[in-house]
Design a protein around this ligand. Sequence first.
Ligand SMILES: *Cc1c(COP(=O)(O)O)cnc(C)c1O
Length: 411
Amino acid sequence: MHCGAISLEKLARQFGTPLYVYSADQILERLRIFQEAFGDRDTLVCYAVKANSALAILALLAAHGAGFDIVSGGELERVLAAAPDAAARVVFSGVGKTPAEMDFALESGILEFNVESEAELHLLADRARRLKRKARFALRVNPDVFAETHPYISTGLREHKFGIDIRRALAIYKSVAGNRWLEPHGISVHIGSQIRSADPFGAALERVYKLVRQLDRAGIPLQSIDAGGGLGIDYHGGSFDAAAKIHEYAQALDEALAGYAGRLLIEPGRFIVAQAGALVARVLHVKRNGKKTFVITDAAMNDLIRPALYQAHHEIVPVRPRAGKPRVVDVVGPVCESGDFFARDRNLAPVVPGDLIALLDAGAYGMAQSSNYNTRPRPAEVLVEGRKARLIRRRETIADLLAPEILTSEK
Ligand SMILES: *Cc1c(COP(=O)(O)O)cnc(C)c1O
């Protein structure tokens, strides 16, 4: 099994396991398809940093024209470290921005704040006044559109914590129209993640565009519509045509925006990086308990929590297949939790201790959601560019983990 031209066996030998491996070529290919999918429409692809925030990946995307959707001051630090010139292509989302994060973003000159409540808008105006820097803002509206996905990653309904009820947005834009520190710049929406159908995106944007026209008539013209992220991939492998999916998505947006001449922002995260990444792990033991067979790997839920958190499915394949019939097994990690599994009752080709397996489509919300639970150092990360593989994050050491701790009180 290979990533680009490079064998996963070789990478595992060189960098150890568990190991995240990403294909730069696939990441850039997906970015390009998004960038070109809207034809002549003025479009900015703002990659959602939280999906995978590796500096090398941010730098790669920035070098190819991507903007960024961030949800914390820390993510802004990352973007600026990776691509100091990208600040003007950053949109800042999130329901709980602190004054310090707002100040940092104002001073950095980001493109737009996606504001999620009236209270946040007033705080933003206050920070902008203190710093004497006008804040460009978009209200993140909640279009009350139902999108079929896991309940933890559905965000577009009125009862979710995200956004502002779309029926209240017009009044809020009007209420701050005279504020010299606030510039109504756009409007944004994000209805959830891992949404497989294009229809809810179109439905949400129709409602948003209607509001944009109302604002226009009210003398509040906006520069941009931010359609958010959330386009889902196929975690079950097979013949997934990413380009066709992106085009279907773009068409749904375009139809909803017929007649709209302003700028379009989109915030894909998962779709750009998920399928470009795999988590490579080594089989430690194969153990039978009662009727069940457990394949225990050196990767665990702290390295990739999606199966435990969302009952998510990842295809698992031996890196070098052996002859023999597949067996029904649970693939689990060494962490002391019964929730520490990658797959249950899965048909897996035969493996023995020492074999390598790859958990596929792990490039998004994998390393980004990793932790040190059970005092486990996080994996190394490797980026494959053409015929070259490059370490982009060294494996953590136990010393890294202990460094912030204070054992004795200083007198
Ligand atoms: C998480 C998030 C995204 C990205 O979602 P994906 O499903 O990874 O495309 C985009 N915008 C906002 C506001 C988000 O919170």
